[in-house]
Design a protein around this ligand. Structure first.
Ligand code: FES
Length: 101
């Protein structure tokens, strides 16, 4: 099991157990986090925009051009912005902290 941390808007951390290969969107849905993900991971909506708060941002698979384009539909884009549906959990991401954009 891999531990992923969700930082809510009040600054509280929720620890989530995740399986390798699950997406951040999938684990968010399973744990009832308030993330929309309207297109179900098809990368057409940008409503799964999250911020990677921990320095795991450098351990993530690089953004595809398509992900960059879809993120532009979203507000408040930062350097650590990603689409949760495009991030697959791996051992390297153990301890990752993310928040909803
Ligand atoms: S769920 Fe729609 S882009 Fe990620």
């Amino acid at each position: 099991m891999i531990e992923i941390n969700f930082l809510d808007k009040k600054g509280n951390i929720k620890k989530i157990k995740a399986n390798e290969g699950e997406s951040l969107l999938e684990i968010s849905k399973k744990n009832n986090l308030d993330i929309e993900g309207a297109c179900g991971g098809e990368m057409i909506c940008s409503t799964c925009h999250v911020y990677i708060v921990s320095n795991h941002i450098n351990k993530l698979k690089k953004q595809s051009d398509e992900e960059k384009e879809i993120l532009l539909l979203s507000n408040n884009i930062k350097k650590n912005s990603r689409l949760a549906c495009q991030i697959k959990v791996t051992e390297r991401l153990n301890g990752l902290i993310f928040s909803i954009a």
